[in-house]
Design a protein around this ligand. Structure first.
Ligand code: AMP
Ligand code: TRP
Length: 332
């Protein structure tokens, strides 16, 4: 048994490409944690069917997401990288946890409230409602100590903790109570067109997809919305657009924000945008895309890695589920 702390995180295969917010807010942490923690990472395809979907597209995006996680630096030898639907214990534990969750409690999840408001109740699936419970199952099955995510997932993590504590109190102590692992500086990359909103694939105009053509990425940076002032200063309240570009440059290059402020003190917004675009293309997008292309060429190898990951995940998930079933009083 490894004495390292356990980490679990997941990402949905719901786009043709990850965006720079996923990379800086999540994947970069996933990669760093591999050396110090016992890491489990999942492509959460069960979470990707809560709305309408096209099976062919989902299939392709799942392969692409798996390849992209590896391209970002997750090593399938160091980490357990797997596709959620290949480990049936996730759906099984989700049912059990659903029976521990209050209807009101689930109704208070802001992500559900936002999404269901947009679609209207009749077009909102029960799966979208129970989505955070499935997420709790993902985490608790692996007895994770820490869960690296962006700020938007904090409430789901709170629910996961509440469910773990409740189950442990109502039955026998079964689950590790996990902590969120949220890196403040990168927790929220903002939309380039509307720097008051989080960058998200649902707002493609201001979203930098890593597999996009380099010209498109550059164009998005060059047309980033800033402000009518001229000063390059980090101030998230008054200068969200400029601060967002500074954050991106700092996170990608490793330079301190204060260093960047003095470097850009005699330069204009155009230079800042140009630098951000160049850096993201050269240091992130270009090597990322070439690795993804290489991985996607060998589907047999990709499938092999998926099966290996699922088997490793199943060993841990199966053991937890057996304990859960026993502690609930199910016959064996
Ligand atoms: P999603 O694309 O919403 O499935 O998110 C996958 C992961 O990326 C989650 O851990 C999110 O919290 C993180 N993430 C998504 N968008 C951003 C963003 N704009 N800034 C920081 N992290 C993000
Ligand atoms: N809900 C997460 C998101 O949208 C994805 C996710 C599913 C997840 N299961 C998880 C994240 C378990 C962390 C741990 O980003």
């Amino acid at each position: 048994m490894s004495s390292k702390k356990r980490v679990l995180s997941g990402i949905q295969p719901t786009a043709d490409s990850f965006q720079i917010g996923n990379y800086l807010g999540a994947l970069k942490q996933w990669v760093q944690l591999q050396d110090t923690h016992d890491t489990f990472y999942s492509i959460v395809d069960l979470h990707a069917i809560t709305g309408e979907h096209d099976p062919k597209v989902l299939h392709q995006r799942t392969l692409l997401a798996f390849a992209q996680v590896i391209a970002a630096g997750v090593d399938p030898e160091k980490s357990t990288l797997f596709v959620q639907s290949q480990v049936p214990e996730h759906a099984q534990l989700a049912w059990v946890l659903g029976c521990q969750t209050g209807f009101g409690e689930a109704s208070r999840m802001t992500q559900f409230k936002d999404k269901s408001k947009k679609g209207g109740m009749d077009r909102t699936s029960v799966g979208l409602f129970t989505y955070p419970i499935l997420q709790a199952a993902d985490i608790l099955l692996y007895q994770a100590d820490q869960v690296p995510v962006g700020e938007d997932q904090r409430q789901h993590l709170e629910l996961t903790r509440d469910l773990a504590i409740r189950f442990n109190n109502n039955f026998t102590k079964t689950f590790t109570v996990p902590e969120p692992y949220i890196v403040k500086e990168s927790a929220k990359i903002l939309d380039l067109q509307d720097p008051t909103a989080k960058m998200s694939k649902s707002l493609p105009a201001g979203c930098v997809f890593l597999l996009d053509d380099e010209q498109i990425i550059m164009k998005k940076f060059k047309s980033a919305v800033t402000d009518s002032d001229r000063e390059i200063k980090f101030d998230t309240e008054l200068k969200p657009g400029v601060s967002n570009l500074l954050s991106i440059i700092s996170l990608v290059s490793g330079a301190d924000i204060s260093e960047l402020e003095s470097e850009f003190s005699s330069k204009g917004y155009g230079d800042l945008k140009q630098r951000a675009g160049e850096l993201v293309i050269e240091s992130v997008a270009r090597p990322f895309k070439s690795k993804v292309d290489e991985l996607m060429k060998d589907k047999a190898q990709l499938n092999k890695l998926m099966n290996q990951g699922a088997q490793k995940a199943k060993q841990v998930a199966g053991e937890t589920l057996r304990t859960v079933y026993q502690n609930l009083g199910f016959v064996s």
